[in-house]
Design a binder for this molecule. Structure first.
Ligand code: SAM
Length: 183
């Protein structure tokens, strides 16, 4: 379901970005298995908190920043201006080219999406990955039911689990990061 951010939400997210920067967003970007020449999708990019770092890591690659919300995508455009290796896509539902990405990541996005939508979005994300491609997500660990559904949809859609780990973020709580590979 589409939810447009208020100015206050945008302001608070900018503050969180300043506060958490290294420990949350940069650390997540650094943990992604990137070679530098990859084609990457940031699904639900928001204001580009993670994209800010991945764009720098893709000197010979390309990053697609996708968000359902035009206001968030505009913030992302502002934060990533100057990068020639980034494309911005606003879409309700990912109409993505098949087998075009080496890696797709979803950072604090999937737990907010309704069950019925996840049943359409996850197969579309998997289709957009090249064979052997990687899907990484990070979600709040307390969203146990949503996480079980996300994991079962990943496995039903030809992804196999490579690794999952729990990270504790001060004031945010525990988060779960999982890496899946497309067979
Ligand atoms: C909590 S924010 C996370 C933003 C960013 N990934 C981060 O970690 O800072 C969730 C983002 O997902 C986007 N989103 C929610 N549902 C979506 C959908 N169906 N397709 C694309 N983006 C979506 C929202 O607009 C929002 O920008």
């Amino acid at each position: 379901m589409k939810h447009e951010p208020t100015r206050l939400e945008i302001f608070l997210t900018k503050l969180a970005f300043l506060f958490y920067d290294k420990s949350v967003y940069r650390a997540f970007a650094n943990s992604l298995p990137l070679k530098g020449s990859d084609r990457v999708l940031d699904f639900g990019c928001g204001m580009g908190t993670v994209a800010h770092y991945t764009a720098k890591m893709l000197s010979k690659g390309h990053l697609t920043c996708l968000d359902i919300s035009e206001p968030w995508l505009n913030e992302c455009r502002k934060n990533l201006r100057g990068y020639s290796n980034v494309t911005f896509v606003q879409t309700e539902f990912p109409a993505l080219e098949n087998e075009s990405f080496d890696l797709v990541y979803c950072h604090f996005v999937l737990h907010d999406i309704a069950e019925g939508e996840l049943g359409k979005i996850i197969p579309a994300l998997v289709e957009s990955l090249k064979p052997g491609g990687v899907l990484v997500f990070r979600e709040p660990l307390k969203e146990t039911e949503k996480i079980s559904l996300i994991k079962s949809l990943m496995e039903q859609n030809r992804l196999f689990s490579k690794d999952c780990r729990i990270t504790d973020i001060p004031m945010m709580g525990n988060t779960l990061e999982c890496i899946y590979i497309k067979q």
